[in-house]
Design a protein around this ligand. Structure first.
Ligand code: SF4
Length: 296
């Protein structure tokens, strides 16, 4: 299942890229900028600011899924068996459904439209969510892209069994791997991830000689400190296949999406890390021999 295809990205690997977002993630980062990526199921997003009160959604609803209050719909998501029922009912764009079972052929049909813009280094990036959590779709897509000589990068949490990662590696030119913290307990508590699994996969990528860039979301109140970032850089520089590190500043764009999903945004940070801090982290990485990029 995927939830978006984004065209003309310049922040998800080299050159101009088409990014295919896989739906579903084994982590649950409370600051997630794409919270619609977290669930493995299709989800309904409702924007009351766009609602015109026509109640077409209410008339299309199964019993109890939608009620009406003061002329506006109320969505009871816990009762909605399949949000895809609402995919085409809203005339105003207040309702959107994220998540569709796209075939390899359907994804390719979108991707190839961008091919004239890829140039020598661009291509496709699979992102998420966690692409390796849908290893069958990923592998089929990877093979199909290779058959068309389209470059493939994968953005990943590395929180997946090696058996899901390894088969696709011959078709991948670059792994963009999250390393959010070098502290097992801190990472586990904030995101649910096991650092040991991430580091094991990182070591196996080195053995397999897969070019890998480390991506660090710099999140105030989580890892936005010199000590944390130094520890991450120290981990990254141990691996011969890692030459680059990207510092991705936290921002609050995900907050609005949490609201559209009917979820609370509980993470306390409300501002991005200062530019001077990011530049300092980039300087630390450069001093450690890594090419540092702010913003990916
Ligand atoms: S169909 Fe759309 S515009 Fe009409 S009531 Fe429902 S959410 Fe609002």
């Amino acid at each position: 299942m995927i939830f978006d295809i984004q065209r003309f990205s310049t922040h998800d690997g080299p050159g101009v890229r088409t990014v295919v977002f896989f739906k579903g993630c084994p982590l649950s980062c409370p600051w997630c900028e794409n919270p619609e990526s977290q669930s493995f199921d299709a989800e309904l997003l409702y924007d009351p600011a766009l609602c015109i009160g026509c109640l077409d959604c209410y008339r299309a609803a199964a019993d109890g899924e939608v009620t009406v209050s003061e002329g506006r719909p109320r969505f009871h998501r816990e009762r909605i068996a399949d949000p895809r029922r609402y995919r085409s009912v809203c005339p105003s764009g207040a309702l959107t459904v994220k998540g569709e079972e796209a075939t390899v052929e359907a994804i390719l049909a979108e991707v190839v439209k961008d091919r004239p813009f890829y140039g020598a280094v661009g291509g496709v990036t699979l992102s998420g969510g966690e692409p390796f959590a849908q290893s069958g779709l990923l592998l089929s897509l990877a093979r199909a892209l290779r058959a068309r000589s389209i470059d493939l990068a994968v953005e990943t949490t590395l929180h997946a069994p090696w058996s899901a990662i390894a088969p696709a590696l011959p078709f991948i030119s670059l792994i963009l791997a999250d390393l959010k913290s070098a502290d097992e307990a801190r990472l586990r508590e904030a995101t649910g991830a096991r650092l040991s699994l991430v580091l094991k996969n990182l070591a196996l990528l080195e053995e397999a000689r897969v070019p890998t860039a480390i991506r660090v979301p710099v999140v105030p109140g989580f890892n936005d400190s010199e000590g944390e970032i130094r520890a991450i850089i120290e981990r990254a520089r141990r691996h011969a296949n890692v030459r680059e590190i990207h510092f991705l500043p936290y921002h609050t764009l995900g907050m609005g999406k949490f609201a559209l999903l009917g979820r609370d945004y509980a993470f306390p940070a409300r501002s991005s890390p200062p530019a001077a801090a990011l530049e300092g982290y980039a300087a630390l990485a450069a001093a450690a021999g890594l090419r540092a990029i702010i913003g990916g």
